[in-house]
Design a protein around this ligand. Structure first.
Ligand code: NAP
Length: 256
């Protein structure tokens, strides 16, 4: 698929990586709907996107809400006069150990709450499930031919201590990328996942420099990645017609 022919939804498009994908796709001539729950971010995105070759529109949608996802998919198709790319990027984290033990007493003093487990699963795994299901329904019912779904996973997919919820969601998303690639190929829908390492986004901006430097010691390239470097993976998945069902790790060589 040529980028100029792209009519995409980017979830979590108001901030960080999703915002960078929206702007880059529009810079490359694609039409994009940014979907997010962050109203301020969506409003400033519209201003920032003015004058780009492609068109940027925004829609408020919570990816974990079934009715809102159905409205997003149908509304975005109507807005753009078509829909052929979905970037499942919206995601959150709520880190914590499975159980936390008090050093003095040797007894458990805390644990990851069911609420924090469920919230991350709802947004990071159920969200992409709902969006991809409705994207496929809309594509097939409208007689679509060539389409692509890009899932933003994480290096945490390999299992990262303190992230039971996030690691499970991001690993599940890679498994679904593979099986959706198999199930949807006959309808002209390809899939691909990207598992980024530490990327320069608002999450890292808020981190103390010494903490960040400590984290980067494990990265062979000794630096964070840029949103542009992750976008090059997104673009590859969209453009390469023989790519489906696989995950690309873009992490500077970091091994967890
Ligand atoms: P970010 O800056 O926090 O942006 C995420 C956006 O998603 C925010 O605008 C957020 O809104 C929105 N959002 C949250 N819940 C939502 C929901 N239910 N429905 C729709 N939108 C929702 O995040 P990021 O760092 O760019 O991360 C983007 C993706 O990359 C995530 O899936 C993340 O797990 C993954 N990732 C990031 C890194 C990294 O280093 N940054 C590394 C690996 C993977 P609010 O601001 O209102 O919450």
């Amino acid at each position: 698929m040529n980028i100029q022919d792209v009519r995409a939804i980017v979830t979590g498009g108001a901030s960080g990586m999703g915002r960078a994908f929206v702007l880059a796709l529009a810079r490359d001539g694609g039409d994009v709907v940014a979907a997010d729950v962050n109203d301020e971010g969506l409003a400033s995105l519209l201003t920032e996107a003015e004058g780009l070759p492609g068109t940027v529109r925004v829609r408020r949608a919570d990816v974990s809400n079934e009715a809102q996802v159905v409205a997003l998919i149908d509304g975005a198709r109507a807005d753009m006069g078509g829909l052929n790319v979905l970037v499942n990027n919206a995601g959150i984290f709520r880190d914590g150990l499975l159980v936390k033990v008090d050093r003095e007493t040797g007894k458990v003093k805390g644990s990851m709450s069911l609420a924090n487990w469920q919230k991350v699963i709802d947004i990071d795994l159920t969200g992409p499930f709902l969006c991809t299901r409705e994207f496929a329904r809309s594509h097939i019912d409208n007689g679509g031919t060539d389409a692509a779904v890009v899932n933003i996973s994480s290096i945490a997919r390999h299992g990262n201590a303190g992230q039971s919820n996030y690691s499970a969601a991001k690993a599940g998303l890679v498994a679904d990328t593979k099986l959706w690639g198999t199930e949807l190929a006959r309808y002209g829908i390809r899939t691909g996942a990207i598992a980024p390492g530490f990327i320069q986004t608002p999450i890292l901006d808020g981190m103390r420099p010494e903490v960040l430097q400590g984290m980067l010691k494990g990265v062979p390239m000794r630096r964070t990645g840029t949103t542009a470097e992750i976008y090059s993976g997104v673009k590859f998945i969209i453009e390469c017609g023989y790519f489906t069902g696989r995950c690309i790790d873009i992490d500077g060589g970091l091994v967890l």
